[in-house]
Write a protein that binds this ligand. Structure first.
Ligand SMILES: [Zn+2]
Ligand SMILES: [Zn+2]
Length: 284
């Protein structure tokens, strides 16, 4: 089974996302486990947890992933929001365990002007602290490649490898590659053999065995622009990557078991997701 899906809204409760995902033919999905622009949430009710984990359609999804909220920043230890970030992240990890979601995808963080080395050390300390304080968590944090906007870290594979090399328990860490982000970060997926080259680099620097998901997004922003703007696949006016890279990704044997998640613009009926999944499946 190809694990292919999209980021699905949880309006009406997390369990509703399963129904929406299955209704449009997803075999994988990503959700937020709470409002993504708020720090904290009301704890799940037991009924909400059961509605999700025991949902009769849950087995139709070969992979369920969560994406962490956008306020969390592990890379600036002495900022007002660092303590809050740690608490918010811990809460999200607990919510993932309650919903039996194995990976929480997180942007590494922004150093806010303190420099890359400082930021990377803060991320390592923060991950070590979270891991030490919550030894029993089943969910793993998966750091995502970023476009490198502003002082965001994680646009170079070396930065992510550096974090992996320095955390106390690297087994608890995974990674997610976002095609739009790496392209904006300077990895040319649009070139001849571009996708092959980029994934070879990822494998050499981080290791494909550490990759737990792919974000399959076209980029409205140019190569190396460090701007994060997703576009729909097969949109020749806006997409700068082009379909060849996505064809390669869908056909690559080394990526066959990796869940592939769309995070591209869509309306309420998710019609754009349906069209993109149809296109991607046609490549296999
Ligand atoms: Zn993300
Ligand atoms: Zn993005």
């Amino acid at each position: 089974m190809i694990l292919l899906g999209s980021h699905i809204p949880t309006v009406g409760g997390a369990a509703r996302a399963i129904e929406r995902a299955v209704a449009i033919g997803c075999t994988a999905m990503q959700i937020f486990v709470k409002n993504n622009i708020q720090w904290f949430a009301k704890p799940f009710l037991v009924e909400e947890i059961h509605a999700f984990t025991q949902h009769p359609l849950r087995k139709n999804l070969g992979s369920v992933l969560a994406h962490a909220g956008y306020l969390i920043n592990l890379a600036a230890e002495n900022s007002l929001n660092h303590e809050k970030s740690l608490r918010s992240l811990a809460e999200e990890l607990l919510r993932c365990d309650q919903l039996e979601i194995p990976f929480l995808i997180l942007h590494p963080g922004s150093h806010l002007g303190k420099g890359k080395i400082y930021g990377l050390r803060c991320i390592v300390h923060s991950l070590n602290q979270i891991h030490a304080e919550h030894p029993k968590l089943k969910v793993r944090i998966a750091l995502e490649t970023t476009a490198g906007q502003g002082s965001c870290l994680g646009s170079h594979f070396e930065e992510l490898a550096d974090i992996l090399a320095h955390v106390d328990d690297p087994e608890r860490l995974r990674f997610v590659l976002d095609t739009a982000h790496v392209f904006a970060g300077g990895y040319d997926l649009s070139a001849l053999h571009g996708a092959q080259n980029v994934f070879d680099q990822f494998d050499r620097i981080i290791g494909l065995k550490k990759l737990c998901a792919l974000h399959i997004n076209e980029s409205k922003a140019a190569l190396g622009s460090r701007v994060d703007r997703h576009a729909n696949l097969g949109d020749p006016k806006n997409g700068k990557i082009g379909l060849e890279a996505f064809r390669w990704i869908m056909q690559a044997e080394e990526l066959a078991l990796i869940p592939k998640i769309l995070e591209t613009p869509k309306g309420k009926d998710l019609a754009e997701d349906v069209a993109a999944m149809k296109l991607l499946r046609s490549f296999v």
